[in-house]
Design a protein around this ligand. Structure first.
Ligand SMILES: Cc1ncc(COP(=O)(O)O)c(C=O)c1O
Length: 492
């Protein structure tokens, strides 16, 4: 047998980083992270980089030979850090504020070291069984009905897409999984319902599942930005009468713009009445049902088929950590499962192989970070932190309401406050108000002291202040209000 030529291989230059180097560098990076966490408040929250700054500072060609970590760390500090927008900053109040907490960061380090692929039970029994365990813990903590099956997925967008496919396959007599749309004779347009406030991931899910954007019905919401259920039912009836095929309704607990809550119990009843799948998107606010006085968020879940909530939004987990729960996991399994010969195992009849419940084969060991978070903070620690966020959010809401120069633009059921500056509440021209408020937000964001984001509600430009970082406290709220009100006054 011909042996391979060693001519171009340097045997002294094989293998991984030596363990001694790993240890000293590992210690150095833990120090680095500690300094970062300790000093985070001194960084500008929003990066001041201009497009191309970072790319232009990086070499266009890959390194030919090994480089020293001293040089790598220098570039991390000097090139990468200036282009970081600090999501872990207590004054990151844009979008949905979130946290990569200490215990979860440590878990991610271990996860990378173990490098487990949680596709089959056999490919790491601990990873699968820990995921089963923490998902059951989460089911109990959230107050979901007994028997809901949960798994960890990358994002709410994937979870919603997966649920739409499961809903599509749940329609009797179609079997699009097997035949494709073209293979179902006389197939009527399949209709998905959500509110006009639903997240864009619902539409993306409809695109990816082959439903088509024209078949997404965005039902009108009321003055509180919650879906109007009579409109929902009216639309379902009209679609049936017009020869369409309604198949799924998506409700939201905590919509993206205002965090409004759809009436899940009533939507569940309507879904059941017409035989539709009911998916609930609680990506941001769902975790709040851990707090006992907010447990009513789970009312009506007897008529929910799938539910997503994201610990990477408001439960102190770094991205990506999203939880999807199914009432009947068999419906999802039968929609997705394909097991080629090389993935067959002797244990499959008595174990969970998570690859069967969605699009991914390879899956990260995400249960570890959830486990560390739940054990480190405990239920009481989580409740306490969420409660305090809810409390200080109301403080901020009160600052807005008590000012004669600001307007509160939506109710505050959770930790996002929608407001705008309107001196003396006298300006009625929407274009003028948009200009004033977008200038104000730019001005505040450019200070680096606060990062806010905006939305539009029924044509009105609105600034959002989102609370959710584990280190955001009453003091941050007061200082944020001082900065916002003084910037507004200085500009008016
Ligand atoms: C209500 C809602 N659903 C879904 C998503 C999408 O979340 P993800 O980034 O996990 O896909 C968001 C993102 O902000 C959201 O606000």
């Amino acid at each position: 047998m011909k042996s391979f030529d060693m001519k171009n291989i340097d045997p002294g230059n094989l293998g991984d980083m030596p363990l001694d180097d790993f240890k000293s560098l590992g210690n150095r990076f833990v120090e680095w992270i500690c300094s970062y966490f300790g000093d985070i408040a001194s960084y500008p929250v929003l990066s001041t980089s201009k497009p191309g700054d970072i790319r232009n500072a990086l070499p266009g060609n890959p390194p030919e030979y090994s480089e020293s970590f001293n040089d790598i760390i220098k570039d991390l500090d000097n090139i990468i850090m200036p282009g970081i927008t600090h999501w872990n900053h207590p004054n990151f109040n844009a979008y949905f504020s979130n946290t990569g907490s200490g215990p979860a960061v440590l878990a991610d380090l271990v996860t990378a070291a173990l490098n487990v692929n949680v596709m089959l039970w056999k490919t790491s029994p601990s990873a699968t069984e820990l995921e089963e365990t923490v998902m059951e813990w989460m089911r109990q903590l959230l107050g979901l009905p007994d028997g809901f099956f949960g798994m960890i997925i990358d994002t709410a967008s994937t979870a919603t897409f997966t649920s739409i496919v499961a809903a599509r396959e749940n329609v009797p007599g179609l079997n699009i999984r097997l035949k494709g749309f073209a293979g179902v004779e006389g197939l009527k347009p399949m209709i998905l319902y959500c509110s006009d406030q639903a997240h864009s991931s619902v539409e993306k899910g409809a695109v990816a599942a082959g439903i088509g954007l024209e078949n997404v019905r965005k039902i009108k919401s009321d003055e509180n930005f919650s879906i109007i259920t009579s409109e929902l039912e009216k639309n379902i009836r009209a679609d049936i009468n017009n020869g369409k095929l309604p198949f799924v309704v998506v409700s939201t607990i905590g919509t993206t713009s205002t965090t409004s809550i759809d009436p899940v119990p009533e939507i569940g009843r309507i879904s059941r009445k017409y035989g539709l799948w009911h998916h609930v998107d609680g990506a941001y606010a769902g975790v709040v049902s851990i707090v006992p006085e907010r447990r009513s968020l789970m009312d009506g879940f007897e008529n929910v088929d799938s539910y997503v909530t994201n610990p990477h939004k408001w439960l102190f987990a770094p991205i990506d950590t999203s939880l999807i729960f199914y009432r009947d996991p068999e419906k999802v399994r039968s929609a997705f499962s394909i097991v080629p010969e090389y993935l067959k195992t002797a244990e499959s009849s008595e174990t969970i192989d998570y690859m069967n419940y969605g699009i991914q084969l390879g899956r990260r060991f995400r249960a570890l970070k959830l486990w560390f978070i739940l054990r480190y903070f405990g239920r009481q620690g989580l409740i306490n932190r969420l409660r305090d966020h809810l409390r200080i959010s109301l403080m901020f809401r009160d600052f807005i309401e008590e000012s004669e120069d600001f307007e509160l633009m939506a109710p505050v059921p959770f930790s996002v406050i929608c407001f705008r500056f309107n001196p003396g509440r006298k300006i009625s021209d929407e274009d003028e108000l948009e200009k004033i408020n977008s200038d104000l937000m730019e001005k505040i964001n450019s200070t680096g002291k606060l990062f806010l984001s905006h939305t539009k509600l029924r044509g009105k430009y609105i600034i959002r202040y989102a609370v959710g970082n584990i280190n955001t406290n009453e003091d941050h709220i007061k200082k944020a209000w001082e900065l916002i009100s003084s910037s507004a006054e200085a500009g008016s």
